[in-house]
Design a protein around this ligand. Structure first.
Ligand SMILES: Cc1cc2nc3c(=O)[nH]c(=O)nc-3n(C[C@H](O)[C@H](O)[C@H](O)COP(=O)(O)OP(=O)(O)OC[C@H]3O[C@@H](n4cnc5c(N)ncnc54)[C@H](O)[C@@H]3O)c2cc1C
Length: 312
């Protein structure tokens, strides 16, 4: 493990002040299940790690102003067992259940889950292994080792839970050196491999807000090991107030999101077809691109059918 300074903050303001002291060379730490493996393999080399686990205000889950307000440091396990999530947001309940294993759910946070870095078979490797072929876009170079000749990075965003949150129109509250702001979850994604998120340096994700309306929904996931694995394709659907949304992920830098025009048969099939057309998986995961592309339609259809059955 490379050396870094460990600092612990007890408030968001203190964490931001610590960050500023390291002139951009620090990383925030929540559960550490994404960050620490990255540091171990030298994918990330912060001078300091600023632990947010001491910030109690980031751990609460409460109903407020017509929304469920989820602190970014709430664990996946706490969120999965929250009564409002269970009653109102079945797609999110299902994605939390499908995330990794319970040991990781007890350590990993929802904020860290949303902000986990993108992954690629040619990138999540040792330093010697991944540099042997040359620096790829994600490492700051000009090539893609997974799709030779490609003009951009195709690494995969593998958060299970961002997908239902997108279908539920979640917004994010962030706080940083420049103050506080709110962004729609879909605006979080930059589409760039090296830095996949639009957060500004030093910004902390503080809360996730979901409009408090009962929904019907489902989440379907393709993974190799049923007991613990990242999604190779994920598909979420939520329907509420006569409107529906589909989000598909695990197959590129950012999720694909579709509004269902109405909730009739043809429209539902069209959404699954469109997601399959738009998905551009490359050979950067353990299953073939052709199979993963096909599974985008299959999983989107399954999630839509489950949701519509529930809605009847
Ligand atoms: C074996 C294994 C299996 C996994 N399987 C899955 C899976 O099936 N599905 C899935 O979705 N994920 C999976 N993950 C990925 C991920 O580690 C977890 O889902 C977890 O939720 C990440 O949360 P964390 O709190 O540990 O994040 P951390 O590692 O602490 O943080 C992740 C990133 O977010 C930043 N960060 C964290 N909190 C904040 C904040 N509040 N503000 C600003 N920046 C912040 C950190 O600096 C870091 O860059 C897996 C990881 C492992 C190791």
């Amino acid at each position: 493990m490379p050396k870094f300074e460990y600092r612990k903050a007890d408030s968001v303001t203190a964490a931001i002040a610590l960050y500023e002291g390291y002139k951009g060379q620090a990383s925030y730490l929540a559960g550490g299940t994404d960050l620490i493996p990255r540091v171990k393999s030298r994918l990330s080399t912060p001078t300091a790690v600023i632990d947010l686990k001491g910030v109690e205000a980031l751990k609460t889950i409460s109903r407020h102003g017509g929304s469920l307000v989820i602190g970014a440091n709430a664990t996946l396990f706490a969120l999965k067992n929250d009564a409002t999530v269970q009653e109102y947001f079945p797609a999110l309940r299902a994605s939390l259940e499908a995330t990794s294993c319970e040991a990781l759910q007890m350590r990993g946070t929802i904020g860290g889950n949303i902000l986990q870095n993108t992954r690629c078979l040619f990138y999540n490797q040792s330093l010697a292994w991944r540099t042997a072929r040359g620096l790829c876009f994600k490492m700051g170079g000009e090539i893609c080792n997974a799709a030779p000749g490609a003009k951009r990075c195709f690494s995969n965003y593998c958060s299970d839970n961002a997908l239902p949150l997108l279908t539920l129109s979640a917004t994010l509250a962030v706080s940083g050196p420049q103050g506080e702001r709110k962004i729609k979850l879909e605006k979080l994604f930059s589409g760039k491999g090296k830095n996949p998120f639009t957060l500004l340096p030093g910004e902390i994700l503080t809360e996730i807000h979901i409009p408090l309306k009962k929904s019907q929904g489902a989440y379907e996931k393709l993974r190799v090991r049923g007991s613990i694995d990242y999604p190779l394709v994920g598909a979420a659907v939520s329907v509420l107030g006569g409107k529906g949304r589909v989000a598909v992920g695990g197959i590129g830098l950012e999720p694909l999101v579709y509004d269902l025009k109405d909730l009739e048969g043809d429209t539902l099939e069209e959404a699954a077809d469109k997601a399959c057309q738009d998905a551009k998986p490359v050979a950067n995961a353990v299953l073939t691109p052709a199979y993963r592309k096909k599974m985008v339609r299959v999983l989107a259809q399954r999630a839509i059918r489950k949701t519509m059955q529930e809605a009847k």
